[in-house]
Design a protein around this ligand. Sequence first.
Ligand code: MG
Length: 458
Amino acid sequence: MSLMESISGVRGIVGSSLTPEVVVRYAQAFAEFCDKGPIVVGRDGRITGKILTNILVSTLLAKGCDVRAIGICPTPTVALETEHSDAAGGVIVTASHNPMEWNGLKFLNTDGIFLDAEENNVLRNHFTDNPVYAPWDSIGTHSSRPDAINKHIEAALGLKYIEVESIRKRKFKVVLDCVNASGGVIVPKLLERLGCEVIPIHCDVSGVFAHTPEPLPENLTELAGTVKNESADMGIAVDPDGDRLVLIDENGKPIGEEYSIATIVSFVLSHTEPSDLNRPVVVNLSTTRAVEDIAGRYGTPVIRTPVGEINVAKRMRRERALIGGEGSGGIIHPEVHYGRDAIVGIVILLQYLLEFGKPLSELRASLPDYSIKKDKIQIGNSDPDALLESIAETGDGSGTVTTDDGIRIDYPDYWVHFRKSNTEPIIRIIAEAPTAEEASTIVDRYKTAIIKVMNNTE
Ligand code: MG
């Protein structure tokens, strides 16, 4: 697998595509991007994270940047520390939900927000074969930021509707799966602060992932089983860098990653002053329609953006959104920070359950019911843009077509979204319908149609 360089940073397999040279190339460019200002650095706990972080930090220091090191922590912890300090930028050494052999770098600007397309271009324009380093007496200084974890917890608990003492009294019993990565340094602490009885599985921060790390139901069977066996109130899973949150109900049933954002939207809108309900909710084009249905109950508009955290975050800031995120378990609360944050999601969820007074399965049942199917089609050498164009023509013309990010077609009772990948010869296909069977049928139907177009044009 070659190096994946995209709007969300760089990722590769350590030792083959992601080499020390790649880290130095990006680090020296990022030091220039930050005009040699102070830089916050954290890592997600992977076993390769320490050496890559050492290379990153040494390069930044050699360039003359001061480094504020947090150590192992979630991506949103680095983002908050970057925003609320004098830092000129931040870097997280992480490959997010990718398996163990992967690692990478994510870059934040001085506001603690991911670089957008324009900023990424500026960063890459600083790539050079002849880097200039600081003189021996002007190298940067290195200091630790051990309080960043606590500050992150306090920021989430500081949301206006959170009643810490009441949550403590409820004594939720929670099974927690942090896949032995960065969630382990913060989520147990947060849950204990909230008086929960925590049953940790895979929270040792060894970086040895106990299962495929993406928080999808097929990877969370042990968590689901433990919730049931322990008669817990819920199961919580976070991805290795703590920006995606997925929940398991008290019966051991995954409520689906799409329902993390749907649940939080429901809570936030129900606690919003009527005069503010005209401010929008912002989600990406692949996120569940449950968000529109819930927002509709309050007359709140929903804005959809291209997929990608930075697209959602920037639009949220511009529109003064009430809440936003991505269907893959990413929750963005503007009053904490414009970035996906599982910690914020957990805090709001516990408050919601406290107020709701009934189990998580019933909370989920109170929300609109949809089933989403995510799949992909291998397209080989076919032109993805031509295929996407052909898709728009396959319908009967009654659907509403959106072309902001691939093609999304909305029908009264279902929608389907196609996106090409910039790194692999595939087209992603996502369909949502009232039942899982219907969603599968829709995906299969479109896959057959696309394969037919591919065969005809070969
Ligand atoms: Mg992640």
